[in-house]
Design a protein. Sequence first.
Length: 215
Amino acid sequence: MKLGLMSLAISLVLGILLGTIQTLNKDHILDHIGTGYIIFVNAVPALVSFSLILVFGARVLKLPSLYSINDPIKSAVMPVVCLAMGSIAHYALWTRRYMVDELNKDYIRLARVKGMSSRNILFKHVLKNAFVPMIAYVPASILLTIGGSLLVERYFSIPGMGPLMTDAIGRYDTSVVQACVIIYASLGIIGVFLGDVAMMLFDPRIKLTGGGESR
């Protein structure tokens, strides 16, 4: 959970920053570099990118290749980077997409006609409105860090909940498998609900209604 929360914080900051930079430099070199990173992360299998990080971190930066409770800071660097890579690309992709969509809306044109600066438009209106659709996934992402990451925890020999269910399946331990399924399902359902609540709190235009009414 600690590694997951650290990677989530890093991916939110860097992903939104990268998406904002891409929007400011749309169709220019920085936008192409960011797009290249997103394509690379999504196209290359996770084991290949993890292996590249492992080789670079172990040989160049002299970081431990396996997790150790005796040196948790250094040994957590590469797992956190591996966990954050995909999320950074995800948040950057959607931040750019939503911000570009917002920039083409009528209220942005009206703000420019009124003489509002591009910086104020970007940070007071565009970024805030672009973040609303993404905030729905943040609570679920936070809760699912409890479950860990099966691939990263196995790759770096991290003791955690990630490999627990697969190990239990291999041992035919039905009780543990059922418990893990209940935990993961509960975290997912609670995360979706909290995501809707977060959208309502972040954007006053969104209301939760009952009785079959639309949101």
